[in-house]
Design a protein. Structure first.
Length: 283
C-alpha cells in the first residue's frame, strides 16, 4: 500500500508571504487570488503539519503561475529545498512561464535538481498558447524526463471565483494530450468537465494520458461527483488532492474516501500519485 498522498497542494516561501502586497502590485493573477488576506499562503512546515494531522504520508507541492522570472525562480528554489529536506514526503512541481525567454533552460535546470514535473500551469494568465510550439515542447520534455504536467482546468459554466479563469480549457487540454500522447498530464479540479467526454470512445482513446485530481471539489461540485468521475475515468486515473491551504487535507480526504468504493481508495488516495510523482508502484 502506497499510503495516502495529497496530490495537489501549494507552498510559498515565507519571504514571498511577507511581500504579499508587493507581489499583488506586480502580478495581476496573484492579486486576484491573494489580495484578500483571508486567502492563505502556506510554507513547508505548515504543509507537513497539515498532512500529519490528516494521516497523509506525502504531498505534491505545486508552484504559482507568476509572470516574472524572478518570482518563479524564488518559489522554485523554495519548493526544491523543501523537497530536499523531506525527499520521501514532498514532490516539488515548480511553475513555468512559457512566454519568457529561456523557459526551457530553466525547466531543465529544475528537473536536474529534482523537480517531479511542472505546475500548476496557467497559460492564459501568463500570455502563452497552450497548443503552441512551446507548449508542445514542454509536453515532449515531460515525456522524455518521465515527469508530469499539472494544469489548472476550470469549468466553463457556473459561479465565478478568484482564480477560476486563466488556465487551460478542457478542450485545449484534450487537444494537447492528443498531440503529445506520451506526456502524462493531470487535469486539476476534476478536469473542468473534460471527463464527461470519456463516454465518447474516440476521446477516451485519445486522452488516455490525462489524469484527474479532486482539488477544491467541495467548493465546486455536489456530493457524488468524485464517484461519478471514478466511474467514467476509472480509479487508476483519479488522484486525491486537497488544494491546501485553500482547504484542509483531512476534511477533503474524508470526503473522498466516503464517496469511493472501498476497492478504489488505495489507487485514488495514494497509489496513482505514488506512481506518477514518487516513482513507486501502485498498490
Amino acid at each position: 500500500m502506497a499510503g495516502f498522498i495529497d496530490a495537489h497542494t501549494h507552498l510559498f516561501p515565507p519571504e514571498q508571504a511577507r511581500r504579499r502586497a508587493d507581489l499583488a502590485a506586480a502580478d495581476p493573477t496573484f492579486a486576484e487570488m491573494y489580495t484578500d488576506l483571508r486567502a492563505k499562503l502556506a510554507d513547508a512546515p505548515a504543509l507537513r503539519a497539515a498532512i500529519e494531522r490528516a494521516g497523509i504520508d506525502r504531498a505534491v507541492a505545486a508552484g504559482f503561475a507568476f509572470r516574472e522570472a524572478r518570482h518563479l525562480a524564488e518559489q522554485a528554489e523554495y519548493l526544491l529545498a523543501a523537497a530536499s529536506e523531506a525527499p520521501d514526503t514532498i514532490a516539488p512541481l515548480p511553475c513555468l512561464n512559457l512566454a519568457l525567454p529561456g523557459w526551457e533552460a530553466e525547466a531543465r535546470r529544475w528537473l536536474s535538481r529534482g523537480a517531479r514535473g511542472f505546475g500548476e500551469l496557467r497559460p492564459h494568465n501568463q500570455g502563452w498558447d497552450p497548443l503552441g510550439p512551446d507548449a508542445q515542447r514542454l509536453a515532449h520534455l515531460a515525456a522524455e524526463s518521465g515527469t508530469v504536467l499539472l494544469w489548472h482546468v476550470s469549468e466553463p459554466l457556473g459561479h465565478t471565483y478568484p482564480g477560476k479563469r486563466g488556465g487551460i480549457s478542457p478542450a485545449e487540454l484534450g487537444q494537447l494530450a492528443t498531440l503529445v500522447p506520451e506526456a502524462r498530464m493531470v487535469a486539476a479540479h476534476l478536469g473542468g468537465g473534460l471527463s464527461f467526454y470519456l463516454q465518447m470512445p474516440e476521446v477516451r482513446q485519445a486522452i488516455g494520458n490525462i489524469y484527474f485530481d479532486t482539488a477544491a471539489v467541495s467548493l465546486l461540485y455536489d456530493e457524488g461527483s468524485i464517484a461519478r468521475l471514478v466511474a467514467l475515468a476509472g480509479p487508476e486515473r483519479v488522484l486525491f488532492g486537497s488544494d491546501f491551504p485553500l482547504l484542509a487535507p483531512r476534511r477533503q480526504l474524508e470526503r473522498v474516501i466516503a464517496e469511493l468504493p472501498p476497492d478504489a481508495v488505495g489507487a485514488v488516495c495514494g497509489g496513482n500519485a505514488a506512481s506518477l510523482y514518487f516513482g513507486t508502484s501502485k498498490p
